[in-house]
Design a protein around this ligand. Structure first.
Ligand code: ATP
Length: 239
């Protein structure tokens, strides 16, 4: 129904071996939203993204996608359902060409024609990548590698794009460009869940934000109210 969130996490507990990194997370992403996940290092932001995309299995709690339980599903199945995870620190393959990296994002596609169609779309969206299609990815600038990672993640035509620190290590100008891409994708109907250290960049595009601290959600606010909450910003987000 219209009120069913695209994605919902209900009391999700997860971690690594004996370490519990998430102590019962509640979070929703509605269709068309950009949601920011904020918090200090080690708060559990990346772990939240990993549990959503199936890279780690929740210990308890539920995850639903359009009402369907997805907790513990294999990453490939979750990708097929429409959730694409663009991981931290870019993870492009430096010894492969730009084009080959993009093709990897379409690894679930059977039809070559569909792969070509989506690759054309990627090159239309990112003309700089088209110019550098045959160049090794490792020779791109940091900002270009980030764009490549996003282009690759978009090859599955996700309804929800998950971005982990897309502006990490980029110049302020390149970071702005990345967030412009995020806005454009959202304007084209892609919902987005983004982890970001730069609170102001994140809140400039997000509709709502969740603040995590040591594996707990300690606040959920729309971006405007969060920007008007200096106490919260100072306490948890470094001002
Ligand atoms: P950062 O910005 O530093 O990535 P984060 O908010 O994304 O912070 P997580 O990476 O989710 O935090 O880490 C949450 C907790 O889980 C931390 O205590 C961290 O040390 C631990 N952790 C993260 N990844 C692993 C891993 N692969 N193996 C073991 N422990 C991990």
């Amino acid at each position: 129904s219209a009120s069913t969130p695209l994605l919902a996490l209900n009391d999700v507990v997860a971690g690594y071996g004996n370490l519990t990194a998430l102590h019962g997370i509640n979070l929703t992403v509605n269709k068309g939203e950009v949601i920011a996940l904020l918090g200090a290092n080690g708060a559990g932001k990346s772990t939240t993204l990993r549990v959503i995309s199936g890279l780690i299995t929740p210990k308890s709690g539920s995850l639903t996608w359009k009402g369907q339980a997805i907790g513990g599903m294999q990453p490939g199945r979750i990708l097929k359902l429409g959730i694409s995870h663009c991981p931290e620190e870019r993870h492009v393959w430096p010894e492969m060409t730009v084009e080959e990296n993009i093709e990897l994002g379409g690894y679930l596609l059977n039809a070559k024609s569909e792969l070509e169609r989506r690759k054309d779309l990627a090159f239309q969206r990112f003309p700089r990548l088209k110019e550098r299609a045959r160049q090794l990815a490792g020779t791109l600038s940091g900002g270009e590698q980030q764009m490549l990672a996003i282009a690759r993640a978009l090859m599955s035509e996700p309804e929800l794009l998950i971005l982990d620190e897309p502006s990490l290590g980029l110049s302020p100008l390149m970071a702005q460009e990345v967030f412009k891409v995020v806005s454009e994708l959202n304007a084209h109907g892609v919902s987005i869940l983004v982890v970001e250290q730069n609170v102001h960049n994140a809140l400039s595009v997000a509709h709502r934000a969740y603040v995590l601290e040591t594996g707990n959600v300690i606040a959920e606010k729309d971006s405007a109210s969060l920007l008007n909450d200096p106490e919260l910003l100072n306490a948890y987000l470094g001002g």
